[in-house]
Design a protein around this ligand. Structure first.
Ligand code: FAD
Length: 463
C-alpha cells in the first residue's frame, strides 16, 4: 500500500494538469488512469485527433478550391484515408507521450487501472488499496445519445467512432449542430461526403449570438453542408450497411426520412463516474448526474474533490485544466480561483468561431444597457489574402455607460486565438476604448478586433 498527499482519478486535461500543479507545489501525487494512454478524452478521442483531421482536410480544401487561383497549379492531392488516420494517431501519440514525460519529470506516479473509492482517503485499483489525504475525481464524460438512437460505433457512431471510420462515407448524417457535430461534419464534407446535419433547435450552435449563428450557418452551407433546423429526430433504423434517420419537423407536417451510410450522433456528452462507488460513499450528485461541488471543488465528503466534465459547467478541456490548477492550489493551502465569466468557447472549423462572456440576448434579457461594436473581416486586408473574409466579423459587446467589455464573438480566421485578446481585456476589466487605443500590427487579423473596439466608440476606420 502506498501513501500520497493527492491521488487524482483520471488523466484527462483536468486530472493531469491538477497532478502536475500538485507535484509542483510539493505534494506527493499519483494519478489513476484506466486507459492505455494518458490525456483523457481530449488527447485520445477529442480535441487533438479532431484538430489533426480538421487541419489535413482544411489543406485539402485549400488545394482543391484556392490553389489554382493563387497561381499554384498542378495535380491536386488525392486522399489516402488510412494515411490521414495514421497521421492523426501520430499526433495523438506525440501528445499522450508528452504527458507521460511530464509525469516522469514531476515524479508523479501513474497507477494503471480503474479506480474506486472504498472510503474517504482510500483509492482501490485492482487488489491494491492506496491511501491519500486528498482525492480528486477527474473522471470526465462519455458521449450521450437520444431516445430511439442506439450507438453501435459501426453505422451509428459517436465522435469516437467518427474519428476511426474504416472508409469515408458517401452520405453522412449528423444529429446535432453543436461544436462536435459541425467540426466532424466539416471534416467529412471536405473529404467528399454528402453531409446533412439535423438539429432540434432553430439555429446552429445553440447559445451563441444570433448574428454569429446566421453567418456561420450560411458559411457552412456554402461549403456544402446541408443543415436541417427545427427537426426532432425520432429514431434511426439500420440495416447491415445503411441507416435511415427519421425526424419530425417541429413546425408540423409529416415525419421525414434521411438516408445515410453513417450517422454521427453529436447530441452532447454526459458526466462519467461509473465504478467509483460514489453511491456507497454518499457523494451528492446534481440532477444532471454531475458530482456536486462547492466553490472550491470540494464534494460533501471531506478530502474528496471533483473537477472537469464530471462536474457542472461547460464541458471544455481548458475549463477542466483551470479547475485542475485551482483545486491543486486549494489543496496546497493557497487560493485557487477560476473566473467562469471568462471561459472562451471555440469551434475549429474554417473559419473558426470563438466566443467569450455574455451574448447580446443574455444581456438584453437582464435589462443591461449595452452597445455593440462590430467589424466585418471584409475590411481586413489580411483576411482577404487567405480567403476567409467573407461573412466573418468581430463583435464586442460593452456596457453602454462604463464601456467595460462584457462579451465578444468572432467568426473569422484564427478566431480561436484572437479571442484571447478580449479574454485578457475582460480579466483586467478593460473598456472597449482600452483595446481601441492599443496599437495593433498591420497587416494582422487582430486589427479587426481593434476596429470592433473602435466601433464601440467613434467608429471603425476601414468600413
Ligand atoms: P476526460 O478528458 O474525459 O478524462 C477523464 C479520464 O478519466 C479518462 O481518460 C478516463 O479513462 C479516466 N477515468 C474515468 N473513470 C476512471 C476510473 N474509475 N479510474 C481510472 N480512470 C478513470 N474541448 C475543448 O476545450 N476544445 C476542443 O477542441 C474540444 N474538442 C473535442 C472534440 C471531441 C470529438 C470531443 C469528444 C470532445 C472535445 N472537447 C474539446 C471536450 C474535451 O475533450 C473535454 O472537455 C475534456 O477532455 C474534459 O476533461 P476531463 O479531464 O474532465 O475528462
Amino acid at each position: 500500500m502506498s501513501q500520497y498527499d493527492v491521488i487524482v482519478i483520471g488523466a484527462g486535461p483536468g486530472g493531469y494538469v491538477c497532478a502536475i500543479r500538485c507535484a509542483q507545489l510539493g505534494l506527493k501525487t499519483a494519478v489513476v488512469e484506466g486507459r492505455e494512454t494518458l490525456g483523457g478524452t481530449c488527447l485520445n478521442v477529442g480535441c487533438i485527433p479532431s484538430k489533426a483531421l480538421l487541419h489535413s482536410t482544411h489543406l485539402l480544401h485549400e488545394a482543391e478550391h484556392n490553389f489554382a487561383h493563387m497561381g499554384l497549379k498542378g495535380k491536386s492531392p488525392s486522399v489516402d484515408w488510412d494515411q490521414m488516420k495514421a497521421y492523426k494517431d501520430e499526433v495523438i501519440g506525440q501528445n499522450t507521450g508528452g504527458i507521460e514525460f511530464l509525469f516522469k519529470k514531476n515524479k508523479i506516479d501513474w497507477i494503471k487501472g480503474w479506480a474506486s473509492i472504498p472510503a474517504a482517503g482510500k483509492v482501490q485499483v485492482g487488489d491494491d488499496v492506496h491511501e491519500a489525504k486528498n482525492i480528486v475525481i477527474a473522471s470526465g464524460s462519455v458521449p450521450a445519445s437520444i431516445p430511439g438512437v442506439e450507438i453501435d460505433e459501426k453505422i451509428v457512431v459517436s465522435s469516437t467512432g467518427a474519428l476511426e471510420l474504416p472508409k469515408i462515407p458517401k452520405k453522412l448524417a449528423v444529429i446535432g449542430a453543436g461544436v462536435i457535430g459541425l467540426e466532424l461534419g466539416s471534416v467529412y464534407a471536405r473529404l467528399g461526403s454528402e453531409v446533412t446535419v439535423v438539429e432540434y433547435m432553430d439555429a446552429v450552435c445553440p447559445g451563441m449570438d444570433k448574428d454569429v449563428q446566421r453567418s456561420f450557418k450560411r458559411i457552412l452551407e456554402k461549403q456544402g453542408l446541408k443543415i436541417i433546423l427545427g427537426a426532432a429526430v425520432q429514431g434511426v433504423e439500420t440495416s447491415k450497411t445503411k441507416a435511415k434517420v427519421k425526424y419530425q419537423p417541429k413546425k408540423g407536417g409529416d415525419e421525414e426520412t434521411l438516408d445515410a451510410d453513417v450517422v454521427l450522433v453529436a447530441t452532447g456528452r454526459k458526466p462519467y463516474a461509473k465504478g467509483l462507488g460514489l453511491d456507497d460513499l454518499g457523494i451528492k450528485m446534481t440532477e444532471r448526474g454531475q458530482i456536486a461541488t462547492d466553490n472550491h471543488w470540494a464534494t460533501n465528503i471531506k478530502g474528496i474533490y471533483a473537477i472537469g466534465d464530471v462536474i457542472e459547467g461547460p464541458m471544455l478541456a481548458h475549463k477542466a485544466e483551470d479547475e485542475g490548477m485551482a483545486v491543486a492550489e486549494v489543496i496546497a493551502g493557497k487560493h485557487g480561483h477560476v473566473n467562469y465569466g471568462v471561459i472562451p468557447g471555440v469551434v475549429y472549423t474554417t473559419p473558426e468561431v470563438a466566443t467569450v462572456g455574455a451574448t447580446e440576448d443574455e444581456l438584453k434579457a437582464e435589462g443591461k444597457k449595452i452597445k455593440v461594436g462590430k467589424f466585418m473581416f471584409m475590411g481586413n486586408a489580411r483576411a482577404k489574402a487567405v480567403h476567409q473574409a467573407e461573412g466573418g466579423f468581430v463583435k464586442i459587446i460593452a456596457d453602454k455607460e462604463t464601456d467595460r467589455i462584457l462579451g465578444a464573438a468572432i467568426i473569422g480566421p484564427a478566431a480561436g486565438d484572437l479571442i484571447h485578446e478580449l479574454c485578457v481585456a475582460m480579466e483586467f476589466g478593460a473598456s472597449a476604448e482600452d483595446v481601441a487605443l492599443t496599437c495593433h500590427a498591420h497587416p494582422t487579423y487582430s486589427e479587426a478586433v481593434r476596429e470592433a473596439a473602435l466601433a464601440c466608440g467613434d467608429g471603425p476606420i476601414h468600413s
